[in-house]
Design a protein around this ligand. Sequence first.
Ligand code: GLN
Length: 298
Amino acid sequence: MEKNYQVSGKELYLWRRTAIDRALAAQIAVKEIDWLLQQVSDLDSLSLRLESFKNRSLIPLQHSIQQLTLLWEKRLTEHLPVQYIVGQVPWRNFQLSVSPGVLIPRPETELIIEIAQQANGFSSEEEAHWVDLGTGSGAIALGLASVFPYATIHATDCSKAALEIAKTNAVTAKLNNQIQFYHGDWWSPLKHLKGKITGMVSNPPYIPSSELPQLQPEVFKHEPHLALDGGTDGLDAIRYLVTASPEYLMSGGLWLIEMMAGQAKAVVKMLSEQGDYRDIKVISDLAGIERFVLAFRR
Ligand code: GLN
């Protein structure tokens, strides 16, 4: 990140104080200001909270104080998520670029990578093809590439804008040689890999259409509905992934998705009725919410 501006600790302290007053009035968490400041300066969250930066003579900044004020204004008045404002989000060990063309990767999704890693029954000696369907920012594909360094990762998305961002993120993470990106719906660009897939991981849209307007305005107004809207019952994409995946997965291949609270029962039922899956398991996120379903191709 280029830091072309400099500001005194005192000036930044005063800016932060004013921003906090405005955040409190708008019922926005103060930690968002600190998150923004961490992204555009070299300050960490502790020095911000303790305000110990106040005595520094000069702090390098990516933006001028005036630009920072405009950005914070956008956050307050337009409900623009702070991650889109700075264009970055930390996710696992990556610093990902994001724009309104992709869903902002969520912390709860980070766990899906460990689940895949722990459930994988294949050895690194075997040829491995992992798939991230609906890759968005590329977060899951990057995570898979880092825990399966010997594998080829295939990432698809029907949005060209999303693929561009995902490719940039793969280059930044130096994982672009390991990941192949394809434009198209779900499995459709991967016909050549039928029966060869070691594991499929996906965070598909799963929110029922009628519930979208009840999401926070930050999400509803700014994040791509394509990545959120799962149809009438929220399960359209997951239903497709249940039926379409068996012909792509090798025997013992892993099927792993993220879902919303309350969907576990329906997803497990779909998988068992489909007949090609074994060892179906629901896994909770760190907040204790049933968030993931794992199964294996018979
Ligand atoms: N977890 C996201 C949210 O709560 C939804 C992501 C998705 O639909 N896959 O906004």
